[in-house]
Write a protein that binds this ligand. Sequence first.
Ligand code: HSE
Length: 411
Amino acid sequence: MIRIAILGHGVVGSGVAEVLRQNKETITHKAGEPIEVKRILDLRTFPELPYADLFTTSFDDIVNDPEIRIVVETMGGLHPAYEFVKACLQAGKSVVTSNKELVAAYGDELLATARDNNLNFMFEASVGGGIPILRPLDQCLAANEVCEIAGILNGTTNFMLTRMFQDGMDFDTALAQAQALGYAERNPAADVEGHDACRKICILASLAFGKHVFPDQVHTEGITNLTPADVRCADALGCVIKLIGRVHLQGDKLHCLVAPMLIPRSSLLADVNDVFNGIMVRGNAIGDVVFYGRGAGKLPTASAVVADVIDEARHLESRKPLFWGAGAPDYVLDPKIEEYAWVLRFETADARSLRNRLHEALGEISEITYTGAAETGVAVRTPRLSEAALQSKLAPLADTTLVSCLRIAEL
Ligand code: HSE
């Protein structure tokens, strides 16, 4: 019998308890012995639950219990999750977490603490919800030099964009539905402003390239400024708009950013809709591999957490290889030097003059004619150029109103 504890009985924590009970037989078989939840930490009580007697409000009941070998952290947030996880590792307990904020901020340190104590620290659920991505990246693709990872990493915003663009739903209703379905973060600003996707691309980049990437090193844009006009404009170009997290190598440094981007309808990622996530990994031996599945939600996320628990249960006396080293301040390149083609939309009282000035400033542009464009609207596609070059070329047009500026990603 392997005894575990769960920190936090929210959407994911309750899902973990449910999956462990529901699939008890299979899990026992796979782990080699039964896995029993001994304690659940939560400030609330749940008298209606068949396992109501397991709840405690005292972390000491868990960290000081030598019978508990594995601790599952599903509280979310940085504090006290960080202190609790660190204390559990120092107390000789392996840890599983779904907390991407924690891993993106402290992954290198917690992995080192686990290594120093001959324990495992695993976090498959922190990226892509139920999709197996970290273990395949670390183990199945180990023979490759990974050169790029790009993907739709946030289920809430993908659900919202799909509902807004396929059903004409407004932003607030789409967000409320995503919250009701248990997809959104406690503070949904983390979803719609891109921070959740940023944490996930940081974890993927750290694992794939071996050094910690911190969220504040990654340029991040969310979806809050997107409008139906942007969508119609993308549609006219044969593209959809997705919130993309992307990292790729240049020399021994990384380009890494999160932003809403146009991607061609022919891309596999263009068909990733609703709460689903899609993650493309490009390796020098395998070429492109795409991982697809439910990126958020109670049971999909619990599926990944429980798989980690089973893996740790099988490796109580040995370490799994999952690891990366410390980061560096200049490891991530200035996002303004990375080249993209851009879609620019302007509002102007004098469209003809603006077109001439845009040609003069940017050279080979093509104008985009999209449905519902106002007479005062001009939209163009630029050649590939860096944001720095774009800004300097647009400087003479400072008197015009640029209402939208989106990257096109050839994925
Ligand atoms: N809020 C996150 C999302 C949950 O929507 O993707 C899963 O990490």
